[in-house]
Structure formats: C-alpha cells, structure tokens
Design a protein around this ligand. Structure first.
Ligand code: FE2
Ligand code: FE2
Length: 217
C-alpha cells in the first residue's frame, strides 16, 4: 500500500493527492489522514479550554458536521456497509476482533458526537460546567479515534491487502463511488478542505460576535 500522507503529495487546493490507480484500501487510508487532521486540531481545542480560552462555536459545529457526514456517513459506511462485509466473505469473522470491535467503536463515536452536539449548545449558552463537559467529550472523541485509526492502519488494512484480489478491489471502488454520489462530491471536497484548514491554536483568535471583547479560537 502506498503511504499517502497529508502535506506530502498535495493538490494545489491543499487536498492530499490520491493517485488515479489508488486502491480502495489506499482511499480509506487517505480518509484517515483527513480525520486525523481534525482530531489533531481537537487536541488544540482541549488545550485552549484548559487555558480557559473560549472556543469558536461555528468551528465546533463544523466539527460535528465533519464527524457526522465525512467520518461517519462516508468513511464508516464505506467500512461497515462495503469493506467489512467483503472481509467477512473472505473469511474474517463478523463478530469479535477486529470487525465486531471496530463496528462497536463506530457506534460509540456516533454517541459521542451526539453528546458533543448537545454540549456545544450548553457551552454556547454559557451553562455552568458546559466547558468542562465539552472538554471531556472532545478528549473522549480524540482517544477513540486515535486508537481506532491506529488499529485499522496498523492491523486491519495490512491484513486486508493480503485477502483482497484485484477484482475485489474494483468492486469496492465501484461501491465507494456509489456511496459518494449519494453524499455529493461537493460536500466531500468541502469537508476535506475544512479538515485541512481547521485550527483551534492560539494566534488564530477572532473576536466573537456582538460587543463582547471575549476572544474565541
Ligand atoms: Fe473504522
Ligand atoms: Fe477507518
């Protein structure tokens, strides 16, 4: 598998370059790099909350959209609905490690994003303890994704490469394209650009709306 990294082979618009002949597994790996970029920024958001800085609500809501649409509706559905079933057909057990565990983690991720969504509303309303709750949920999302992406990158994809034939790869790519057409390529491109540009680092502060002088990042 070619190792496609963000920041290495990029298109002029900042997107990672996916070669024409990329395999289905290389595409999944490339999606991991976009998700990883968002997760890395979320660690900055946690650090900002620890420093008692105010986070930008719009960015937080955009993170929820990214996790729901790009990470879950696109990437997890490619895995759960298309890639894992093929592995099962090639002899990998549907329950237990790794597929059962990975599907459970997808489910856990969905639940955490719902908690985050509600937490952002409380944070926006400046409810007591909402900053602590958002911080905790963000850290749980970070921890879950880091473990999950590592498991797939280091164990599942290398195993799958040994099981999947050229014909299987063509089938996967066709089904991935079908799923993408339902989501919309414009949505996918927009969310990948968002992943590459997201920053919660200090120094990217902007002033919140209204007369408040409170900065948010
Ligand atoms: Fe996954
Ligand atoms: Fe994945």
């Amino acid at each position: 598998m070619k190792n496609i990294q963000l920041g290495q082979e990029q298109e002029p618009d900042g997107q990672p370059h996916i070669p024409e002949d990329a395999t289905a597994i290389e595409s999944l790996s490339c999606e991991h790099r976009h998700i990883e970029a968002v997760v890395k920024s979320l660690q900055d958001a946690v650090a900002a909350l620890d420093a008692r800085q105010r986070l930008n609500i719009q960015k937080l809501r955009a993170v929820v959209e990214f996790l729901r649409v790009y990470a879950d509706l696109r990437h997890h559905q490619r895995e759960e609905g298309i890639f894992f079933p093929l592995l099962v057909r090639r002899g990998v057990p549907p329950q237990g490690c790794p597929i059962g565990g990975l599907n459970n983690e997808h489910e856990k991720g969905r639940a955490l994003v719902s908690v985050l969504d509600k937490g952002i509303t409380a944070y926006e309303q400046k409810q007591l303890g909402a900053d602590h709750a958002v911080r905790q949920t963000l850290q749980e999302i970070i921890d879950l994704y880091r473990k999950h992406l590592w498991m797939e990158d280091a164990m599942v994809f290398p195993m799958a490469e040994k099981l999947i034939s050229k014909t299987d790869d063509e089938e996967l790519k066709e089904k991935f394209a079908d799923l993408d057409s339902k989501i919309g390529s414009d949505v996918i491109v927009r969310l990948e650009l968002f992943a590459g540009s997201l920053s919660f680092q200090a120094g990217t502060a902007d002033f919140g709306s209204g007369c408040s002088r409170t900065t948010s990042i």
